[in-house]
Structure formats: C-alpha cells, structure tokens
Design a protein around this ligand. Structure first.
Ligand code: CMP
Length: 138
C-alpha cells in the first residue's frame, strides 16, 4: 500500500555536495518526491523536531549541527516507504551500515550521518506535519 515518509538530507551532505547523488539514490529506489524544500533551520526548530531525544547526551550537539547550514526537507511516497527508506539509508552509525547504503556511501559519523528518515507510522505523521503544511503536499 502506498505510504508516505519524511526525510532530511542533512547539512553535512549538503555541504559536501552530495544532495544530487542522494536524490538519485532515492529516485532509483522507486520513491515519488511529493515535496522538497531547502531550508536553514534554527536550533529551536531542531530541538522541537528531535524532542524525543531531548534527554540524550548528544542532543545539544545534534541540534547545533542541524542548524549549522542548509538542509533539504523531503516527503517521499511509495509502497512500504518507511521501512524501505530505513533500509536504503542504512544503520544510524555509517560504520555499521550495509555496503551500498546511503550512509555507507555519503556519511562521516554517527551524528553527521547524511540523511534522516522516519522510523515508524506515528513518527512519519509527526515529522511531515512539523515541516510541511497540507497545501505543500497536494
Ligand atoms: P537521525 O536518524 O536523524 O535520528 C537522530 C539523530 O541523532 C541520528 O540520526 C544521528 O544524527 C544522531 N545520533 C544518534 N545517536 C547518536 C550518538 N550516539 N552520538 C551522536 N549523534 C547521534
């Protein structure tokens, strides 16, 4: 069944010039690009997005990193989109990502890991609604 997921091409990947290559991987894997926007976000916006991680020791650094430069916000659609994007991205820590995964190819560290993707139905609904208005998703 067709499903939507949310993704971010993170500031490290944008800085390193990997945006086009990552979008090509996503397209090759069969995702439809419902919406995309380039944005520079504030630390406060990052804190709201990652609120579920607020108690983690890496939270402050993570939010500073996400606000360190422009990123791309994406809404993607395909059958089984949430699980398929997780597989395409690979493990959070690129050192543990499978060969061929986006994070294996384009990420440098567990924090600066090139791409974010929603990890479940509820997360996807929250994350899409956090960054996109309904009129941007028609
Ligand atoms: P993401 O999939 O966007 O979800 C939460 C983010 O926190 C994760 O990718 C990483 O960027 C970051 N993260 C997760 N674990 C760690 C960690 N142990 N140290 C630093 N950053 C982390």
């Amino acid at each position: 069944m067709s499903q939507r997921t949310f993704s971010i091409i993170k500031p490290d990947a944008v800085r390193n010039g990997y945006t086009g290559a990552i979008l090509a991987e996503i397209q090759k894997a069969g995702f439809r690009l419902v919406s995309i926007k380039k944005q520079s976000i504030s630390v406060k916006q990052a804190e709201g997005f990652y609120a579920v991680h607020a108690a983690r020791p890496f939270f402050k650094d993570l939010c500073a990193f996400m606000a360190s430069g422009p990123l791309y916000l994406l809404v993607l659609e395909k059958d089984n989109a949430i699980a398929d994007l997780c597989k395409l991205m690979g493990a959070t820590n690129p050192a543990n990502a499978d060969e061929g995964a986006i994070r294996k190819k384009f990420a440098g560290s567990i924090q600066e890991n090139a791409i974010h993707g929603s990890d479940g139905d509820e997360t996807a609904a929250f994350e899409i609604g956090y960054w996109f208005a309904g009129y941007e998703l028609v």
